[in-house]
Write a protein that binds this ligand. Sequence first.
Ligand code: BG6
Length: 470
Amino acid sequence: MALPADFLWGAALAANQCEGAYQEDGKGLSVADVMTAGTVDTPRRITTDVEAGVYYPNHDSVDFYHRYKEDIALFAQMGLKVLRLSIAWSRIFPEGDEIEPNERGLAFYRSVFAELKRYNIEPVVTLSHYEMPLGLVRKYGGWRDRRLVDFFARYCDVCFREFGDTVRYWLTFNEINVAEYNPWSPTGINMRPGDEGYWPTIYQAAYHQFVASAKAVIRAHEIDPGLKVGCMTLAGIVYPKTCHPLDAKAADDFQNDMLAFADVQVRGHLPSFLCKAMERRGVTLVREAGDDEILRAGTVDFVGFSYYSSMVQSGTETDAEKTGGNMVSGVKNPYLETSAWGWQLDPMGLRLTLRLLYNRYKKPLFVVENGLGAADEVVDGRVDDDYRIAYLRAHIAAMIDAVDEDGVDLMGYTPWSALDLVSAGTGEMKKRYGFIYVDRDNEGAGTLERIPKKSFFWYRGVIASNGTNL
Ligand code: BG6
């Protein structure tokens, strides 16, 4: 057992999925505020404005905005050493392009960080987690416009200066590579793969985020060289369906494609296979003088990633049976079970992902999301989520093996999610990930009461024993 004594055990949240209070204290609308509820079969609808009579689950979410003291006290009881949470950009710059920040938005996060400090819980802050200001979509078309680089830089500068004394760990863009597959939440661009002009728009937007991320790293280090800034990529090992060389190539293509954005953030330049993919997809990036130097100087200090599933790709069968997954999916793996939402469960895949990323990047890794979405039920006032404990136990064991036996340098683990919140993919409350149950349903009814689940008490023991008591 070789987890370091300072291993960052924690749990994760995102502002738009837990805070609610979507118009309070000067907050502007974000891209999450115009997403309706959906299900696994009915995609969430994106509306141009808030429509009367339509239910938007992120508007009130689970009311962390008013209940953060109670929630943080529970996180402290669980023994969390870190809490990964995000700052809603639209609380600080309601429209996104203002010159001066919204003081009331800053005050809220100041209080949240002070509360965490009271319990010695260290924040790990994502600067942009699927909640950019809607104003930037309306006026500029989202990240396709280069001016967003400067707006984001201003926002980051304010955050680092305001909170840099209490927040040491930062992540720039949540799952930056999701822009390729599902661009609305990460970039504010309402297009689907296959739409005309898709690739030139998406790659240009992603390129702007590469530059913005690098500038954020540079600025954080200027303000305080002790600040650690990481990237955050959706990750997962990709298996070939068979040992047929064409299957192996399809898997490798997909893997490289998936990691290409993190490659830029870690290595400071666009990998050649990404340039070739752009060429094939008819993309000519618009770049500015000085960008190469910014990308080179703004490489990240650590690699954060989410892991929910491994994936399978086939280069030989076009009609191979498909499976569901987080933002991306692939071919069904007959050896794996799936969650109730069709995501394949593969703890060994986490170990292989850790090996892959460490060998590729040689930088400290941080598992900033991993978890099981399930329709938990309260029975006699208790939530006995043994299936979640089994999931987390197997993934933590695989993670420890990666450290112990494979020599991976791993900083921490913040499973999704600290408490139940609105699902990003489907907008459901029913798809629960939390250690703490929240009494709220898909239609927004419920008392919002918090009930620690069985996994809460189990995870407390895991943290207290530094992973020896699984
Ligand atoms: C990640 C996101 O993609 O997966 C989270 O960073 C999200 O915001 C999590 O909630 C789980 O996905 P979902 O769709 O089940 O909420």
